[in-house]
Write a protein of this length. Sequence first.
Length: 181
Amino acid sequence: MSLRKIEAILLDEYGIQVSYVKVSQLLTDMGYSKQVNQKMLQAGEPIPDRDEQFGIINNLAKQHLEAGDPVISADTKKKENIGNFKNSGAEYRKTKDSRKVWDYDFPVAKLGKVNPYGVYVLNSNTGFINLGTDYDTSEFAVASIVVWWDSCGKNSFPEARRIYITCDGAAVIHLAAGHGK
């Protein structure tokens, strides 16, 4: 609940008039703080070999890093509506010159959504995002990795003959490069 919501409930249901600022102070004094949810609970049956699987993936990644091979992690990111929508967060702008956005958050069919696909390069701790407006498919994932390779990877790893890729669900792809591609 927001502090203002607690303030309203205290007044409406209990007849206690207190400001949301005081509610914040009281909660802090009682040992409460704002916290985000943590994905820590197992949904469904645990995978018995999960730690072993990640250990194998980690060891292979280390071997490839030591050999100078590109090691990347590829993953799709949150899809976003295309348009002049409000986004969470803040940006620095001139005083009293906030960005003006649409007064609604309904998607615009003719604009669609953008599908960001990320490639994280473990070797250099860098990232690459490829944006597409088509569907989030395995073909788009492969195309995104190819775009990363053509625009960044082959220049960063001119001697590479293979790439080690981890993907969603800890799937691993071990590709041998041929003819500089």
